[in-house]
Design a protein around this ligand. Sequence first.
Ligand code: SF4
Length: 326
Amino acid sequence: MIKNFDAFKNCQLCPRNCRIDRTRGERGYCGETTQLRIAAIEAHFGEEPPISGVNGSGTVFFTGCSLRCNFCQNFQISQEGLGSAISVSEAVQKLRILMNQQQIHNINFVTPDHFFPYCVEIVQQLRNESITLPTVFNLSGYQNVQSLKMIEDYADIYLPDFKYSDSQLAQKYSHANDYPQVALTAIEEMIKQKGFLNTFFIDSKKEEIARQGVLIRHLILPGQVQNSIDALTSLFIEFGADLPISLMSQFTPIQRQKFTELNRKITSQEFNKVYEYTQNLGFKNLFVQFPAQKSESSENPLFLPDFTQNRPFKGNIKFETSHREY
Ligand code: SF4
């Protein structure tokens, strides 16, 4: 029996609080029943350097999503339902192969909150085999504290987004006007559980790998510099200069949604404004993804995955690490 399986009944696994019974086949906002569905399990090299390392992060891409942003780069799986039914044992077997063949550095659950009970079960089965790779929970930021407590003993690293400080924008793009406060509360809980991201060196100090803690991601959206500035200010005020931040510029238009202002990449001016502001705020531990060069055409974006392919990611997102010393 899957631990916490009853959480699927009267489901309140995320702040949508649909209160439907997924064990009876009902579907809430995330679109998923209790059937575990996964679109890909692969070694991924596009995360921040201490997460991907040289061997890659063992990413598990779940079907469905509790946030479903209009601009989602993974819309095929988050909103179009791409993915296959899989058992926990089969998922564990795929991860075992990645561990043995590619020596992945961690297990990385991508937007998994609607399947948290299965994440717990996967980690437990791995631990039963004495496999204790760090587990990464790669989250939208839209989580509730109760569900975070469910995974506390099974999570090592939290990689949450903080997307919006502007509740109107959160409503417009993610149908969640409570996102700013919900996400700040969730991040506070994550930090309480795990602290800030810490790393250790392997390979004779050549490679720094994450072991535990919280790293916050912020994706800059086209035309929304003020939202970024306010979001970063909120994070600085709430959690201070030591909070590790990952500033992302990879926004790629998916050319399929109604908000036409999202049909372009961010400009270098937009990026520079947010980057300079972030530096001036005084964050000491910054991971920065600088905008792609013009030659990397938005017509054929390397960052946009295609989950109909065996290898969904054509290119890897590159981050630079900037540690500010005082
Ligand atoms: S996990 Fe899905 S069904 Fe459950 S509350 Fe969230 S959106 Fe609703």
